[in-house]
Design a protein around this ligand. Structure first.
Ligand code: FAD
Length: 311
């Protein structure tokens, strides 16, 4: 595990550093390689380009940990607008949305859980009207129970709603078993948050082993696994497990983040796999970028350089 991962993930949650860094004009720097733009229009254009290349998309309107109910409502409005624009461009067969519940009110001190549920319901309804689906991103382990409870509620009316499970968490293999049922869409990722040892594996090898155990549960199950990783080893293992369990392409999919291993995304799609790219957009890129830097501290130099050059 990189020595820089922990400090970078701590910084990802620092309001003071966020304020200092986010006001700097880094749009031409490393942010651009992970985030195609700030506006709905740029996000929709990026989606159209990816779809032209044979890829599918899930879009994330950036933002998290909001403690402001109005901000949560603005996020809902942004998703509704995005979904309408995607429908107008005929992209909703290939593009869906990913939602962080903490961006729509989950962290609000009074009734956060309930507010997030109602806001997520509004987005699910807009997605249904546009002809597509929602996947609920998963945040740190303190939110897992609330997020899965909201998922359960939403699925009563919108059974197509997707979940995310993180192999780093000790509980996840059991959560995979509970969610590997018919009609259930589950994205499996390693987990991007700084977690305590009682809740999560910290050793990289242990996380990888957990990822493979969870893959087996999901691929052997009845649901639709969404295999979110850039790790070449995990991609290879997932492919061979998929054939071992008799899965044909289209009964599961691979997912990768915008800007990370783009050639591999296209190679897998050319080989007949379904590949979905996670496209984040908007002004609130700080937490997202810090998590990406924590995964790849080599990029820190590029980031610092782009801050200094202020382009
Ligand atoms: C579609 C998608 C959705 C996700 N949703 C969530 C979520 O809801 N909740 C959550 O906690 N996490 C989420 N994640 C993040 C995930 O948990 C991991 O933090 C992230 O994917 C890195 O893990 P990895 O599996 O790619 O493997 P790693 O072992 O981190 O990386 C494997 C290889 O991928 C390449 N790579 C990895 N990161 C980078 C980078 N930043 N820049 C360039 N190359 C890189 C490198 O070649 C590296 O050796 C999501 C990831 C994806 C792909």
């Amino acid at each position: 595990m990189s020595l820089l991962r922990q400090p970078l993930l701590l910084l990802a949650r620092s309001a003071a550093v966020k304020k200092a860094v986010s006001t700097m004009p880094v749009s031409a720097g490393i942010v651009r390689s992970y985030v195609p733009g700030e506006t709905t229009a740029t996000a929709v254009d990026a989606t159209a380009d990816l779809v032209d290349d044979g890829l599918r998309v899930t879009l994330d309107f950036l933002g998290e940990d909001t403690l402001d109910a109005e901000q949560a409502e603005a996020t809902v409005a942004a998703y509704v607008d995005l979904l309408e624009q995607l429908a107008v461009r005929g992209l909703t067969r290939s593009a869906e949305v990913s939602v962080k519940l903490s961006a729509v009110g989950q962290a609000l001190p009074d009734n956060g859980h309930k507010i997030a549920l109602e806001n997520a319901r509004t987005i699910c309804r807009a997605a249904r009207n546009a002809g597509t689906t929602v996947t609920l991103d998963m945040e740190d382990h303190t939110t897992t129970d609330s997020t899965l409870a909201i998922l359960h509620e939403l699925r009563k009316d919108f059974p197509e709603t997707g979940a995310v499970l993180q192999a780093a968490l000790r509980r996840t293999e059991a959560d995979c078993r509970a969610l590997a049922h018919e009609g259930s869409r589950v994205r499996l990722c390693k987990g991007a948050y700084l977690e305590p040892e009682h809740a999560a594996f910290v050793d990289k090898l242990e996380i990888d082993r957990s990822y493979v155990r969870c893959l087996k549960v999901l691929l052997a199950g009845e649901g639709y696994p969404m295999i979110a990783t850039h790790d070449p080893r995990m991609v290879r293992i997932a492919s061979s497990l998929a054939s071992r369990y008799g899965r044909t392409p289209g009964t599961y999919e691979f997912q990768m983040l915008y800007g990370i291993r783009p050639e591999e995304q296209r190679r897998l799609a050319k080989d007949g796999e379904t590949v979905r790219v996670y496209v984040p957009y908007g002004l609130e890129w700080y937490g997202y970028l810090m998590r990406r830097l924590a995964e790849r501290p080599q990029n820190l130099t590029f980031f610092l350089r782009s801050l200094i050059s202020k382009k």
